[in-house]
Design a protein around this ligand. Structure first.
Ligand SMILES: [Fe+2]
Ligand SMILES: [Fe+2]
Length: 305
């Protein structure tokens, strides 16, 4: 271990789990070990190598987490995106911490790939992340609850899309089946439902974004059900939606799932002052009477119990 002792205020450092830190590439930021309440010791320097053997040694010594400079947080998320599986499947790391890493990586990734119209590489990157997410959701009963806690105010399209993706996956699990491919499709549909808004952000009312998004996704070779979900995510069960006023089952099931997740997310993140998830559900039930299939709402409520 290399060692310069540092004393500083707590906010400068953020603790991170060991899992996911190892990699073939050189470390893009320094890692620190906390040795007392106000002391951080340099463990690995920037541009040094951290492999599984280093982390194993740490674990043997009883170390559960390391620290990074808080300013390095996005570099950290980039690092663990590649090895996310290791973090998500490490049962020694509490589920809340794993989900925190997943959410951080997801928001960063979504903000990057939705900065512009997504490319085929962006879609592949999203797919990798959603496969890991669905594995976690299917293996760990408490994962969804921990995810829900992470979904806060969605100031950006990236954050909104990640929230709708996670909620759609949760809802698909109860509504479709606990099949990883269904969860992946639901995650993709949630993540990309609003891609048609990219480039038209200044429009207040923009029903055309459904068609634009669906066309864009189709060109990228994305599964048809995901394109249909982008097309139908503002349709309503009673036919009061946009752009085609489809009623009931005329709007495909995945589109109905994303539509409910999107409406809920918009209410939950848009209320000032902030509301609890239960108040958001109540607002949804009152303001959107008849807009969603009762069976789907019942499944959605299950996610919150
Ligand atoms: Fe939308
Ligand atoms: Fe949306």
């Amino acid at each position: 271990m290399t060692g310069t002792a540092t004393s500083a205020t707590v906010e400068i450092y953020t603790s991170v789990p060991l899992a996911g830190l190892a990699g073939a590439d050189l470390l893009p930021f320094p890692l620190f070990l906390k040795t007392s309440p106000n002391t951080w010791v340099l463990y690995r320097d920037r541009n040094s190598h951290v492999g599984e053997e280093h982390l194993r040694r740490m674990t043997v010594e009883g170390v559960r987490e390391l620290h990074i400079h808080t300013v390095d947080h996005s570099a950290y998320l980039k690092r663990i995106e590649i090895s996310l599986r290791e973090l998500l499947t490490d049962r020694r790391v509490p589920i809340e911490r794993r989900v925190e890493g997943l959410h951080g990586v997801a928001v960063q990734m979504a903000s990057e790939i939705l900065q512009d119209k997504p490319s085929a590489e962006g879609v592949e990157r999203a797919q990798r992340l959603l496969v890991n997410t669905s594995t976690l959701v299917l293996r760990e009963p408490k994962a969804f609850k921990a995810m829900r806690v992470m979904l806060g105010a969605s100031a950006s399209l990236g954050q909104h899309s990640v929230s709708v993706a996670f909620l759609s996956m949760g809802l698909a699990r109860h509504t479709l089946s606990a099949d990883p491919s269904h969860l992946l499709t639901a995650g993709l549909a949630g993540l990309f439902h609003d891609v048609g808004r990219i480039g038209y952000e200044s429009l207040e009312h923009d029903p055309e974004h459904c068609q634009r998004g669906s066309d864009l996704l189709r060109k990228l070779g994305i599964p048809e059900s995901v394109c249909d979900a982008a097309m139908g995510h503002h349709e309503r069960w009673d036919g009061s939606g946009l752009p085609r006023a489809l009623q009931g089952n005329a709007n495909p099931e995945l589109a109905r799932i994303v539509s409910l997740a999107d409406a809920y997310e918009t209410i939950y993140s848009g209320q000032e002052p902030r509301v609890t998830v239960y108040e958001a559900m109540r607002i949804l039930a009152q303001a959107y009477r008849g807009c969603f299939e009762p069976a789907l709402i019942a499944n959605f409520l299950k996610l919150f119990h």
